[in-house]
Design a protein around this ligand. Structure first.
Ligand code: FES
Length: 170
């Protein structure tokens, strides 16, 4: 089977979209960052095959692209879950027990920072201050802020998302 074709022989829709993203920005100055942003929106992360295509299209070494992706926290090399959990490790949250929040989530979900659960439902990241220090310790799930966390509260929040996730899958 040719690269870029699916089992029925049609051209991979995402690859076509990636191609048009690259064409749109190609001759602009500083094209790499906006291309990486849009490619990540499209794929949910930046897999090696996408990095290769961008490298070929912009004539930028793969190592440079990798360097940019790993430098900026908003870019991800691993797939994210349906629900992306970000635990704030800013000073206020850290002082009020962010490490315990992280520990509880890792134990409950069976994953480490930067990983995704096997069912693809949750991924786990750490982030800097999200501007809700008064509610420390804080985490965000797909941008929604949850504060004054403790193990019981975390359990309830995760259960709520597990139920929602199962409804979505039906
Ligand atoms: S330090 Fe966590 S919200 Fe500010």
């Amino acid at each position: 089977m040719d690269k870029g074709t699916c089992c029925c022989g049609c051209i991979d829709e995402k690859e076509q979209m990636l191609e048009s993203i690259m064409q749109k920005h190609k001759n602009r100055k500083g094209a790499l960052i906006p291309i990486l942003h849009e490619a990540q929106e499209l794929y949910g992360y930046l897999p090696l095959k996408v990095q290769r295509k961008i490298s070929e299209s912009l004539d930028i070494p793969l190592s440079e692209i990798y360097g940019v992706i790993t430098f900026y926290a908003q870019f991800s090399l691993k797939p994210k879950g349906v629900y992306n959990i970000q635990v704030c490790m800013g000073t206020a949250c850290y002082v009020r027990g962010a490490s315990l929040v992280l520990e509880k989530l890792q134990e409950r979900l069976g994953i480490h920072i930067g990983e995704c659960t096997e069912d693809g439902l949750f991924s786990l990241e750490v982030c800097r201050c999200v501007g809700a220090c008064g509610l420390a310790p804080v985490m965000m799930i797909n941008g929604e802020v949850y504060g004054t966390l403790n193990p019981e509260k975390i359990e309830k929040i995760i259960e709520k998302y597990e139920k929602q996730g199962k409804v979505q899958v039906k």
